[in-house]
Design a protein. Structure first.
Length: 445
């Protein structure tokens, strides 16, 4: 409404409100219930414009869908007449470059004003996230120190990650005997199904590069029962820069390994993990969790190159499903796709929803040929399945693009871009196809 159409007092108040909104140090957006933007201040436009592929900021949920598809379903499922839908929901915008620029993050708070209106507050929290990563390292050390004496084991490892000697703390936590652990890789504490031997070198290199390597996983006791343990590895030798090969070659490397039994804290930790890294609709990893895991894997690749591949997966003609059967049916199809993808992946693979109907699978220690095998297995499984919604049997297919890590790839964004190009070729070839970047990249006639 124009201010000239209002009474004088209301017009002045209206102008003051507009001035506040436009000058606010955070982005502010007001929308209708379906996300159509009624008011947006310049900072919001600046933050959202890079996400709008066509430069059109008509709908907040559409703009954020590629990076935060869960916001639409969170808003739709909010039952109250008004109130906070989410507060400071963190959205990862870019992957960043290992050893280079940091990933970019956006904070989104969404409030339901009434049945017809939503208000969103946006802010760039990239610097905040950087400081939090630095703080987590300090907290990890304090946690290891302050945890009760009775629930941790302290070991020393040689340069290959083998346990140098047994001590009573190992027996206290795991019940294992000297002959069971001395000279064995530290994966003996968790079993080969939990920490593959190939990961041992990764953990040690991470400790060298960062001063520590922290990971939570299942561990085993001598009686084959399990406990949820936190393991932290820290180097006992002086740090060596990645480029100082001569010093590294002549240095005796040893490490400390602290294993803590945190079984009693697992439920709370899992609740927090689900809230921060799982996709709201499908239950698999969200965009932020994928970027975090992929960044770690590419950092490992940078230190010790090995095959790493990525599958970019898109549901074919998904808009038709929504248009014909409704968004609830579309959501059911997406959940079914997520279940199928997870069923076709290994424990060490990362399966995530990137946005909308787009999914991604990161395949460590997998070359292009192996990735193609996995992708074909996924494609066939999806094509053979169906989802029943309100008596309707809905079938769907997927197109898949594959890229594999190479020396000329600067980071995760570039790896995804190559997979996206291969995905475009798969769609142009008729959909329900698998295409790998660099092989048969010309679209079919």
């Amino acid at each position: 409404m124009e201010s000239m159409d209002l009474p004088a007092d209301a017009a002045a108040e209206h102008e003051a409100l507009l001035q506040f909104l436009y000058l606010a140090p955070v982005g502010i957006v007001q929308t209708t219930a379906d996300g159509a933007i009624c008011m947006i201040n310049p900072l919001s436009a600046q933050l959202l414009m890079p996400l709008a592929s066509d430069g059109n900021l008509a709908n907040l949920f559409d703009a954020l869908d590629p990076v935060a598809p869960e916001l639409r379903s969170m808003a739709a499922s909010f039952a109250g007449p008004s109130g906070a839908i989410c507060d400071g929901h963190r959205v990862q915008l870019t992957a960043g470059i290992p050893g280079g620029e940091d990933p970019r993050f956006l904070s989104v708070s969404l409030v339901k004003l009434d049945a017809e209106r939503f208000m969103a507050v946006l802010s760039d929290i990239t610097l905040v996230m950087r400081r939090e990563r630095q703080l987590r390292q300090s907290e990890a050390w304090f946690n290891a120190i302050l945890t009760g004496v009775s629930d941790y084991a302290l070991l020393t490892l040689d340069e290959s990650g083998r346990i140098e000697r047994w001590n009573t703390s190992i027996g206290r936590v795991t019940g294992m005997l000297r002959q069971e652990v001395e000279g064995q890789p530290f994966s003996v504490l968790s079993g080969p199904e939990e920490i593959p031997d190939a990961r041992i070198g990764d953990r040690l290199r991470e400790a060298d590069a960062n001063g520590w390597s922290l990971e939570d996983a299942w561990h085993r006791r001598a009686d084959d029962t399990r406990f949820w343990g936190s393991t932290m590895i820290a180097p006992l030798h002086d740090p060596v820069s990645p480029g100082d090969a001569a010093t590294a070659a002549g240095m005796e490397r040893r490490y400390a390994l602290i294993v803590r039994d945190i079984t009693d804290k697992r439920e709370a930790a899992e609740d927090l993990r689900r809230a921060t890294i799982m996709d709201h609709l499908t239950g698999i990893a969200n965009r932020r969790a994928f970027f975090d895991a992929a960044a770690r894997e590419l950092e490992r690749w940078r230190r010790a190159p090995r095959p790493v591949s990525l599958l970019l997966i898109d549901a074919d003609h998904f808009k038709n499903v929504n248009d014909r059967y409704g968004h609830a049916a579309g959501d059911a199809v997406l959940r079914s796709l997520a279940t199928t993808l997870s069923g076709c992946a290994r424990e060490i693979d990362v399966v995530a929803r990137l946005g909308g109907e787009e999914f991604v699978v990161l395949l460590p220690s997998t070359d292009t040929a192996g990735a193609t095998t996995v992708a074909e297995r996924i494609r066939a499984a999806v094509a053979a399945s169906a989802v029943e919604v309100n008596g309707n049997l809905i079938r769907c297919t997927v197109s898949i693009g594959i890229s594999s890590m190479e020396r000329d790839i600067t980071g995760l964004d570039a790896l995804i871009e190559r997979a996206d190009k291969a995905l475009y070729v798969a769609k142009a070839a008729g959909r329900n196809r698998v295409k790998a970047h660099g092989t048969c990249m010309a679209p079919a006639a």
